[in-house]
Design a protein around this ligand. Sequence first.
Ligand SMILES: Cc1cc2nc3c(=O)[nH]c(=O)nc-3n(C[C@H](O)[C@H](O)[C@H](O)COP(=O)(O)OP(=O)(O)OC[C@H]3O[C@@H](n4cnc5c(N)ncnc54)[C@H](O)[C@@H]3O)c2cc1C
Length: 411
Amino acid sequence: MAENQNPGVVIVGGGLAGAKTAEALREQGFTGAVTLIGGERHLPYERPPLSKEHLAGAKQLPDFTVHDADWYREHSIDLRLGVRATAIETLARRVTLDDGQALDYSALVLATGSSSRRPPIPGSDAEGVHYLRTIEESDAVLAALTDGARLAVVGGGWIGLEVAASARGRGVEVTVVEASVLPLLAAMGPELAQVFADLHRQHGVDLRLDAKVAAITVAGGRATGLQLADGTLIEADAVLVAVGAAANIELAQDAGLTLAAGGIEVDAGLRTSAPDVYAVGDIAAAAHPLFGTRIRTEHWANALNQPAVAAANILGGAAEYANLPYFFTDQYDLGMEYSGHSAGYTQVVLRGDAAAREFIAFWLDENHRVLAGMNVNIWDSTDDIKALISARKPVDPQRLADVSVPLGEQL
Ligand SMILES: Cc1cc2nc3c(=O)[nH]c(=O)nc-3n(C[C@H](O)[C@H](O)[C@H](O)COP(=O)(O)OP(=O)(O)OC[C@H]3O[C@@H](n4cnc5c(N)ncnc54)[C@H](O)[C@@H]3O)c2cc1C
């Protein structure tokens, strides 16, 4: 292998977090070698449009590609696409690739993201059964969303609901089967989960709650619908299985890195347990300086913002990732942004008109401190919401609900 004393930075994972790491290293003045290993054959791209604008026909892959090919050339990034890292030796500081090559590193950044969960539902391998994580899968879902077609969605999480909304927009009959009593219950709690259940029903989605899928029904090798545990049959021309994602941690696990919260344990500076190995994006279970707990969220904003912190620390800095978790979704005419971390909340305060879906929801802890906030169809309020969360001070729930008292005057 290379005898080079300073072999440079190797980034494993060609998604948003990987591309942003390369960008941050160059922006912060790193002039050494940067190699980006991407398992997909495409230039790194963003995934949120895969269930939204791409399915609406409003955006194509180049519209949500992070950088074009010229950018990587101009910034001397050695971009290896369609190549997977298969092993890491942390003592030898070496990454092995599936094309037979091996790369030495002075610093390694893991940005391997997540994969769709694929539960062993009978019939899953039939034609017409879809998952949604990649552009190819989004293209395949889009091809199935023809006017008048019937789509059955397994799972009422974010991706299932976003596809349901996109599908309704294309004239597709949609049934969503959710095992819980409300969609998004774990993410939102019952108060706000109900808002999303109502939203979808009002837009014509057949929402089956507290319902378990026993099998995907198949005829002639093609999916024909779902069979529920109570025997109910749901006919469909296509099935989307959207039951969450799992972080791609196998490389880290095999290399003996410490794992946490379903991902790779990192400190607030995004350092893993191995020397000069960092983790960013979906896989990073990062100690959060504000909440004093370890947080791993599969949110676009982490992939966007964590790389600058890892890059700064690779270059000898002492940066911490203290951003609040941030998430957004668009479904029909509902757009929302969610900031914070509601774990352990005891109370939800609504501010505005929930029936008209123009409101802000706040999650408060037992000391009336704001843990999280979600603005629904109300814009330019995220900075105020984040300031309330970051203050870690009690608020008066009644004043918080009172729209005549500006958010900036709540503390
Ligand atoms: C359909 C969809 C809609 C979404 N919508 C939203 C949204 O509205 N809001 C929001 O906040 N978030 C959303 N997300 C989540 C968001 O896209 C992710 O949080 C983000 O993509 C994480 O970026 P990442 O770079 O960490 O990982 P990924 O985007 O998963 O990229 C990881 C890359 O690494 C590659 N890789 C993995 N292992 C290896 C290996 N061993 N060698 C080489 N390459 C490897 C993978 O193939 C992949 O290309 C959505 C996700 C999906 C799938």
